[in-house]
Design a binder for this molecule. Structure first.
Ligand code: NAD
Length: 436
């Protein structure tokens, strides 16, 4: 375990600017510039039949809530490039996202630098179970301490493995964990998951986009009546978004995954491209559209660019070449702080990730609350789904309206406005927590 690794330089500069903007007390910058706790441990598990040692990381950034029943919350990522610095930034984003949406969680993030596609299913399950055991032993998992969830490279099945392992420990060792289902969200519906969680991040992003387009009619960013969308990433977030997009309102002209993408000025048909993708494991060879590289698709002429894959996609190298009129940042940190600066100078608005992708944690909150209290019966699923959709709609619209209005009154970009609102709310909550 180690303490006080700070945010990287670009992020510290952003935080420093925001703390000065609100005339924040000195302790605020000090407290928010580094995570509260970094947990690391090593596990041994098989890969290709050979035992391998892998480090697991969990970063608990900041929990501004005052009572012990308000846990840290954040996704678990399995990706070969995952590292401590990345988890620090992502857990900071999670802190801001939870406070912006008024959820009673602190921000966390974690996982391991592994490529899940290289593991057989039993190997991946064994890895996940050992990680679960280590997280519990290190007080980084529990309904009131730290709640896991899906992120890149993990899904509802991974979440079920975590839940199932903890339920076994709970019984075998009489751990007495109440409401053990509440240690992890994003579980399958048949395993105490929540209807609507699977596509909640995409659904939330779509609500934010539609509301933004209504609010910004006065904004001269020349978005056409039927905006052309480019979606980078075809996993949980990008693929669900491509599926949900109402074709009466938008045209999806390009999609991609890590191996490259497809482009058609006429628009892509979701059913056709997804059938091809599922059958071939990539978009390569699809006949009805042009193939395009990931770097080229980012600079396509379009109305709305939606990075929904991973961080650092729009940066100092390419921000000058972005032709989109609006960026909806669905992947966390898809635009680097310096990339934001260039887009600001070029008057290209960006709806920041801490707003655009908050739908996932909003529905995770519903799942967590239900797991701690009244459970639902399978016959109620439709009713619950409707309630979830309603809640998501109200919260996501509320957040984008708040950010939009702050941006207009203070003359800030949407990213700056979201940061300022989050840091003001953190200041107020931390004051109460510390009794200042
Ligand atoms: P995922 O693992 O399900 O999918 C990631 C997708 O990105 C895959 O299609 C992959 O092929 C693609 N990809 C990877 N590298 C790429 C590259 N260089 N260029 C283009 N595509 C690339 O992950 P996800 O859950 O969809 O998460 C995507 C982003 O959304 C991440 O930033 C994650 O933190 C964020 N997010 C996810 C959730 C959630 O509920 N899953 C919630 C909030 C935020």
């Amino acid at each position: 375990m180690s303490f006080n690794s700070k945010l990287p330089k670009e992020q510290l500069e952003k935080l420093d600017w925001a703390c000065r903007y609100i005339n924040g007390p000195d302790w605020l910058f000090e407290e928010l510039s580094s995570p509260k706790k970094i947990i690391t441990f090593k596990i041994r598990s098989p890969l290709g039949g050979i035992q391998k040692t892998t480090e697991v990381i969990r970063v608990q950034y900041c929990n501004p809530n005052s009572t012990g029943a308000q846990p840290y919350k954040g996704g678990t990522r399995f990706h070969p490039n995952a590292n401590l610095e990345g988890f620090i930034v992502l857990s900071w984003d999670m802190t801001k996202k939870c406070v912006l949406t008024n959820l009673p969680f602190g921000g966390a993030k974690g996982g391991a630098a592994i490529d899940p596609s290289k593991y057989s299913k039993p190997e991946l399950r064994s890895f996940t179970e050992k990680m679960t055991q280590g997280l519990w032993a290190n007080k980084a998992l529990g309904p009131d301490t730290d709640v896991a969830g899906p992120d890149m490279g993990t899904n509802s099945e991974t979440m079920y493995w975590i839940y199932n392992k903890m339920a076994e420990f709970n019984n075998d060792f009489n751990l007495g964990i109440p409401n053990v289902a509440a240690i992890v969200t994003g579980k399958p519906i048949v395993n105490d998951g929540c209807p609507g969680r699977e596509d909640a991040t995409a659904q939330g992003g779509l609500i934010v986009l539609q509301e933004f387009l209504k609010l910004s009619q006065d904004l001269d960013c020349s978005i056409t009546d039927k905006p052309k969308l480019v979606i980078q990433g075809f996993g949980n977030v990008g693929r669900n978004l491509a599926k949900l997009i109402p074709l009466s309102q938008f045209t999806v002209i390009a999609v991609s995954d890590k191996n490259g993408g497809l482009f058609s000025t006429e628009g892509l048909d979701y059913d056709e491209i997804s059938k091809w993708f599922d059958g071939h494991g990539s978009f390569q060879g699809f006949y009805g559209a042009e193939e395009i590289s990931n770097s080229d698709m980012l600079t396509l002429d379009c109305d709305i660019l939606i990075p929904a894959a991973m961080e650092n996609q729009i940066n100092v190298e390419n921000a000058d070449n972005i032709k989109a009129k609006l960026v909806l940042e669905l992947a966390n940190e898809a635009v680097t702080p310096y990339g934001y600066g260039i887009l600001k100078d070029r008057n290209i608005p960006v709806i920041p990730g801490i707003v655009a992708n908050a739908g996932g944690v909003v529905v995770s909150f519903i799942e967590w609350s239900r797991n701690r209290g009244k459970r639902w019966h399978m016959s109620e699923l439709d009713k619950i789904y409707e309630e979830v959709q309603h809640e998501l709609d109200v919260i996501m619209k509320g957040v984008i309206r708040k950010v939009y209005s702050k941006s207009k009154t203070d003359g800030l970009t949407f990213n700056e406005a979201a940061d300022i609102l989050a840091i003001e709310a953190l200041r107020d909550k931390l004051k109460i927590k510390h009794g200042y």
